[in-house]
Design a binder for this molecule. Sequence first.
Ligand code: FMN
Length: 466
Amino acid sequence: MTLPHSPACDLLGSRIPLVLAGMGGVARAELVSAVTASGGFGFLGMVREPPELIQREVERLRQSGHRHFGVNIIPAATDPALLERQVATCIELAVPVVGTFWDLDGHVTRRLRDAGIMVVHQVGSVDEAIEAERAGVEIVIAQGREAGGHVRGVRPLRDLLPEVCAAINIPVLAAGGMATGGDLVTAMALGAAGIVLGTALMATEESFAHPYHKQRLLAADAADTVLTSSFHINWPPNAPVRVLKSDVTSGARGDPHAPERTVIGDEEGRPIYLFSTDSPLRSMTGDFESMALYAGTGIGRIHDIGSAAARLQTILVQAAELLAVDPADTGDQDVEVSSSVCYAGEMNGAYMGEADLADDLWLLAAQMQAALRAALAQGVDPAAASQPPFAADAAALASWSLQVRQLAEGEGAATAHPIVPGKLPPRALLLQGLGALVPRITRPGLRDRLARLRLFLAAEERDASA
Ligand SMILES: Cc1cc2nc3c(=O)[nH]c(=O)nc-3n(C[C@H](O)[C@H](O)[C@H](O)COP(=O)(O)O)c2cc1C
């Protein structure tokens, strides 16, 4: 079982559905290069950077032979004159992709599109996703509130992602707290075409984050992160960030909105102010603990500062293992699943053939996705603002859900995304659906896979009611 074909990979020109977030300051050519060389796709984080730096980093990538990469800018957080020069530079350099975030800038989007540049926009709500699609954006990133750095929306990824996927017809990438292969499989089962990694790739050798920040990340857990408006200088108002808790976020360093400015660091002659959105970079000196120590809730599952290639490889191996796992593959069940006769009682005497198999598998995929959403919602404390986006034990169900979707696609189901029904079907309904479907299938491989899935769900149902 391999990772599903991703339309985002086709568009971006990458081999694997793992995307480096355009982290301002942190994602420079060194990190983008490492991600691209591993088959992923990377954005240079160029928010408010001068055109000369954009040009230098793009040239570095091209000199290393990389052709597929993006440049991230944030129109709403950039002085209009500088923004104009940044956009002109991206057009002059003919960068293939530009990533944007925060308020959608229709004018910038149009200019880039007219120049033949693909635009990827990160959103925090369904309405913003629809607006982005209408404006000509080609890929949307759905950002859950688990994300490190600036957080646009208020909803957890497990709720936002499937709704965004159902609302628009362009590929959707999932961002916020992504750290493992289980996250990749679960996000894809919810409809994502891949995942965006910020924090997980900041905690690598190639990122431009200062070693102080990396070490703080290593020691942290999801509960050590907090959404705060303490760091606001340089940004539009009402722009919360997720960072590691510190004296600044607890209020011990005073009122963030007081008029006076305190210098706490320096970057090549540029003062770094207390309460600014600058995070510690290799190029800085100063009081790093008082700067914005960005971190997403996936941080508790990052245990080393290795290479970016190793991090991506681990995620891929974990995902492949999950997709290969057959949760119902136990010896004594083999006999039962190998024969459709076992299900004859559930056929109501009618053999319906495989005519509508694609549609029925598609419906089943949608039902499984709904069951997955129900499983993800279980045991989640709605009041807790800092927890990983997906419960680890939902990954097996996610893997099955994804596999049924692939089966549906393999049978020629035409719908782009699984439908997300308003009412979640109980697992019993799903079991009934599978029970009716399995005996209709004559191909042994396909029938056995679905029969195993049914056994897996039946065992879960038994456990749940025990
Ligand atoms: C250090 C850091 C800097 C970031 N800077 C930017 C940025 O300049 N532009 C942007 O679009 N997103 C930025 N983000 C947000 C990412 O695009 C993405 O939503 C986030 O990293 C995903 O969550 P994760 O960090 O848990 O993986 C930043 C995130 C981090 C951690």
